[in-house]
Design a protein around this ligand. Structure first.
Ligand code: GDP
Length: 430
């Protein structure tokens, strides 16, 4: 059976923690999209880790961690991460890398930097990890699959051909030093040696695993609103963040995905540019940012302060719907314990009309939040294990949001640790 763990919003919802938690009872955890541009923060008995490429299941002995074909694979980052966790005492994880995964090339990262520099004030706020240039090349059919590293003759020939076109842009658009094919070839051979022990025909491996009844988790990166089709285009990422893409980015049948756990944070945060209707500013935002997550809402990869906002029912209802949610994991609720009153965005006002349906980007730019204010619970809810033991106002907050988004909240996360979780029965569960 296959479960997917995905985000409802802009990312940073706490997917890493939920994956780490569910990995306890899983055999295989797969990253199926995205690259090292975002990170998961995980707190477990070995310490606190920021993972960018490795799936969040690497901390267990019993799991196999897979980098699927849909991922933008940065080979040096993968190796740094493996070495980092092993040096902190985590047993050497079992890792497989799809032979069809494509490689983030050193020039993808350069192009990301050069383009942001060229765009100046109009830049997308890229993390400069090469993700957009990588996916552009993948779909322009000039990317490199891991399998191509193992055929030196055609690798060298293709590198020369690809670098010829790259150098035209480098020279005439960006006015930067040209790339050398021979040097790039040497780097590729280093990459090959780093990745060789892990390379695998992943879809075949998964086919066998499914037949053996193995439990598989798909781990998404970012969230619905960053999806290139269904998100806030163009302020999106370059690969699909939806559970449905898990089938493609891992290489398994779509009908095998039987549970889609969509992670929703109890308030909003976002990184990068783009419309963010329920955004808050000033002291109010600073305080939530400082108290948020586990040690503040700052990017796991970039350290950038995240933009903060109240919970957005419009965006989250849409985010859950577009994922095909079966279960909502409602996270980081403990953080709101300091507030007397908690505003929630329940609608958008666009050109004088109120809607609860998430609009296309052009309309989203004009949307103003319609807020409803709920009473806070003014206490620390960490350590509580049963839903009934949560303060009444806290349960009201959860149930209010559940009714507005229309998807069952079956898990409530009240702390960063693995066992800070409350399971709950929901009348909305199918
Ligand atoms: P991800 O990319 O979706 O995994 O999210 P991030 O790792 O960027 O952000 C989640 C942050 O919140 C991490 O620092 C987690 O350790 C932390 N976190 C996750 N769940 C909870 C929770 O229920 N309460 C608190 N206080 N922190 C949490």
């Amino acid at each position: 059976m296959v479960k997917a763990i995905v985000g409802a919003n802009w990312g940073d919802e706490g997917k890493g923690k939920i994956t780490d938690m569910l990995a306890q009872e899983s055999d295989i955890i797969i990253r199926f999209q995205g690259g090292a541009n975002a990170g998961h923060t995980i707190v477990n008995p070995y310490g606190k880790f920021a993972l960018h490429t490795l799936p969040s299941g690497v901390f267990y002995n019993h799991t196999t961690s897979i980098i699927g074909n849909g991922v933008a694979l940065n080979i040096p980052v993968l190796f740094k991460e493996i070495n980092d966790i092993v040096s902190k005492g985590v047993p050497s994880p079992k890792i497989l890398v799809s032979d069809r995964a494509q490689i983030v090339m050193p020039y993808h990262i350069l192009f990301d930097e050069y383009e942001e520099e060229r765009l100046k004030g109009k830049a997308f706020g890229s993390t400069k990890s090469g993700i957009a240039p990588f996916y552009s090349d993948k779909y322009a059919k000039i990317g490199f699959q891991v399998s191509e590293l193992f055929d030196e003759v055609s690798l060298r020939e293709k590198l020369e051909r690809v670098l010829d076109t790259k150098n035209v842009l480098i020279e005439h658009l960006y006015h930067k030093p040209k790339l050398d094919a021979e040097e790039m070839f040497k780097t590729m051979l280093e990459y090959r040696d780093m990745v060789a022990p892990y390379v695998c025909d992943v879809s075949l491996y998964l086919d066998k695993a499914l037949k053996e009844g193995k439990k598989i988790l798909l781990e998404g990166q970012l969230g619905s609103l960053k999806d290139p089709d269904h998100g806030i285009y163009p302020m999106v990422t370059s690969s699909s963040t939806l559970a449905a893409y898990g089938a493609i980015g891992a290489g398994l049948p779509p009908y095998e995905i039987s549970q889609i756990i969509t992670v929703c944070k109890a308030y909003s945060s976002a990184v990068g540019a783009g419309a963010f209707v329920s955004e808050i500013f000033g002291d109010e935002a600073d305080e939530l940012r400082r108290r948020g997550g586990d040690g503040g809402e700052y990017g796991a990869t970039t350290g950038r302060p995240r933009r903060m906002g109240w919970f957005d029912c419009v965006a989250s209802k849409y985010g859950c719907r577009i994922q095909g949610t079966t279960d909502v994991a409602f996270t980081v609720l403990d953080v709101l314990g300091y507030l007397d009153k908690i505003p929630v965005c329940v609608g958008y006002e666009i050109d004088g009309e109120i809607t609860t349906d998430f609009p296309v980007t052009t309309k989203l730019e004009k949307a103003k939040p319609v807020l409803e204010v709920l009473d806070g619970w003014k206490c620390d809810i960490r350590g509580i294990k049963n839903y009934e033991d949560l303060p009444e106002n806290c349960r009201r907050y959860i149930e209010f949001i559940e009714s507005r988004i229309g998807f069952p909240i079956t898990m409530v996360s009240n702390g960063p640790k693995r066992d800070d979780i409350i399971y709950r029965k929901s009348a909305l569960s199918k």
